[in-house]
Design a protein around this ligand. Sequence first.
Ligand code: G1P
Length: 353
Amino acid sequence: MKALILSGGKGTRLRPITHTSAKQLVPIANKPIIFYGIEAIRASGITDVGIVVGDTEAEIRAAVGDGSAFGIRVTYIRQDAPRGLAHAVKVSQGFLGEDTFVMYLGDNLILDGITPLVEEFRRDRPNSQILLARVPHPEEFGVAELDGDRIKRLVEKPKEPKSDLALVGVYMFDATVFQAVKAIKPSARGELEITDAIQWLIDKGHTVRPHVIDGWWKDTGKLEDMLEANRIILDTLVPRTDGTIERSDITGKVVIEAGARVVASSVRGPAIIGKGAQIENAYVGPFTSIGDGVIVRGSEVEHSIILEGASISDIGGRIESSLVGRNVSIYRSQHKPRSFNFMLGDRSEVGLI
Ligand code: G1P
């Protein structure tokens, strides 16, 4: 069995972060989202992995490499434009051949992994197995209508959803799916939808088995989703201190990586302080990921994700529910006249109090 990870897409809902970085590389608890998917795939025993890439190919390659660091072998497959998930399957036919495979959307996180689901698929050999999860806003997803164990209908982002069962971004297929992706036509948003391909399989009498999962799952397309994923994953960390702590209070689950220094500060977990980060005269509150080399000085940060190399100095209030990009600098301005000084990327957001 092989795996196909989809890592294209433009990440429009995460701009400006995704102007300069692939959304699958935004770190959750200081680890790129896509790494969680890779690890889940490896844990299920699959080592032959294709990664479908688009404009951000170079970065994904730089982060994942040949896969040996994860114990897998990676083949990169270029998709010329985001033409849909079914199109990604189509362009991967050469790599997938006649094998069965699991398709994993690179921005999805499933806390419990996929091992039992892959085992079930291997054992029972349906043509396809889909995962479903109950969600509060099904209209944002592909939605399934079930009749007992049978799928009646799958609709991509319906205006009036017939159920609250969303398609999770993990799918299992055998080679019949290639007939489906070739038969379907682009949707209203101009993409070849995997949802339509699976509906085609159902209509032609192939077996598509639904599996409703009850564990935590997230499609991390938006800031709120990133913060939620960060909360959930940080809570699973095992506390550890490899850095140094001086005159500070550390409470709850806190990971302090090698080379990090926490001085005259208070850190309340769950939180992670990345390699070489400097926390000085500061407060780092629950559900915060501080990236490698970040500086937090004379400031308070809580429920946030601060990416590598950013620095936050002497700001008066507390930063909360924020995503701060790489090497961003936020500081108290010394200029006269006293004024706000910004240099913000396109589509940045600043909330002042
Ligand atoms: C895609 C699928 C959708 C599925 C979702 C899960 O949506 O088209 O059916 O529910 O992934 O993450 P997209 O994120 O491309 O809008």
